[in-house]
Design a protein around this ligand. Structure first.
Ligand code: FES
Length: 105
């Protein structure tokens, strides 16, 4: 296994708390900024196909725009169906102001 830290953007470039979509290769990522902390999940809902960043973010939960499943952005856990599988989460870090996400091969 190869550990890869991928730089996404500068923390200062994000306008504030919210969620942001990124693509790294074929992977779609959702990056969440909450009270100065950064989290990342896969951006595709585990129920069917919808981008979580097209939904709503409130109190650390992201709601899918298609059927309303909710996921905890810090753990990926399903909080409300109809999804029944957690969304994958990715470790993040900030180095010299750059947000990086860990995507292992
Ligand atoms: S596609 Fe997300 S809840 Fe159905």
């Amino acid at each position: 296994m190869t550990v890869n830290w991928i730089g996404l953007c500068r923390l200062d470039d994000l306008p504030g708390d919210g969620m942001y979509a990124y693509e790294v290769g074929s992977k779609k990522l959702a990056v969440y900024l909450l009270d100065g902390k950064v989290y990342a999940t896969d951006n595709v809902c585990t129920h069917a196909f919808a981008l979580l960043t097209d939904g709503w973010l409130e109190d650390g939960l992201v709601e899918c725009p298609l059927h309303g499943a909710q996921f905890d952005v810090t753990t990926g856990a399903v909080v409300r169906g109809p999804a029944d599988c957690a969304v994958p989460v990715f470790e993040t870090r900030i180095r010299d102001g750059l947000i990086e996400v860990r995507i292992d091969d």
